[in-house]
Design a protein around this ligand. Structure first.
Ligand code: 0O2
Length: 199
């Protein structure tokens, strides 16, 4: 049987994932207590499968080994946090940056700076306990819906004919969803202001 690309590090990857999930649960509880609203719609977590990791190494022209999987590619541990409103994405980002034994190594704000295809999400690479890297994707329900559908339809796949039209339509949907996110945020802020709650 082929040896795991993660070598002897699988237990450490699992421990890092649990550490992050516990941290996110604590953050969620704290925000719920302070603001009386739940900032998280749902959360998904995974250790990237052997096959996906090997495929990613090949795609990036890297040797299929533990060094590539853990030190060069830094999303063996992945958590997707689907947030309620845009402001929740940034609130959770701030709490994550203050989490003990976790440092932010890289941030990509594809919400303020959407990818040309319309993809929106806030990506963080964290290093847990000075050792294990993890990718956290923070996004709203709308952003998640678009990414899931786009992933099914075309991400990393050829879409055959009508490519330009299909890409334009996907981008249009992403922009419409982004505009709805902003409207929902405005409605939320209005309701909070009327109630006199802190934002
Ligand atoms: P999978 O199969 O979802 O895990 P890298 O992380 O090195 O591949 P990059 O471009 O620097 O490359 O990272 P980036 O942009 O932070 O994207 C990493 C992850 O975000 C991807 O992981 C996807 O999950 C998601 N993503 C990025 N762009 C798109 C997009 O256009 N559409 C969709 N649906 N998802 C996207 P993987 O490992 O590529 O794929």
């Amino acid at each position: 049987m082929q040896e795991s690309i993660y070598g002897e590090y699988l237990p450490q990857l699992k421990a890092a994932l649990d550490y992050i999930l516990d941290g996110i649960n604590d953050i969620r509880k704290k925000i719920k207590e302070e603001k009386t609203t739940d900032p998280i719609e749902h959360c998904l977590a995974r250790i990237k499968s052997e096959d996906s990791m090997r495929e990613k190494c090949r795609r990036k022209g890297l040797p299929e080994d533990t060094h590539s999987a853990l030190e060069v590619i830094r999303d063996a541990v992945g958590v997707r946090v689907v947030c309620t409103f845009i402001s929740d994405v940034y609130t959770i980002r701030d709490y994550l940056s203050a989490m003990p034994d976790c440092e932010i190594i890289q941030e990509k704000d594809y919400i303020r700076h959407a990818k040309p295809n319309g993809y929106r999400s806030y990506h963080l690479i964290l290093r847990v306990k000075k050792k294990i890297y993890a990718e956290i994707q923070l996004r709203t329900i709308s952003m998640d819906t678009w990414a899931a559908l786009e992933h099914q339809l075309k991400y990393k796949q050829s879409i055959g004919g009508n490519t330009k039209l299909i890409e334009e339509e996907l981008k249009r949907c992403a922009d419409e969803l982004a505009s709805t996110d902003i409207s929902m945020q405005t409605i939320r802020d209005m309701i909070f202001e009327n109630r006199g709650d802190a934002n």
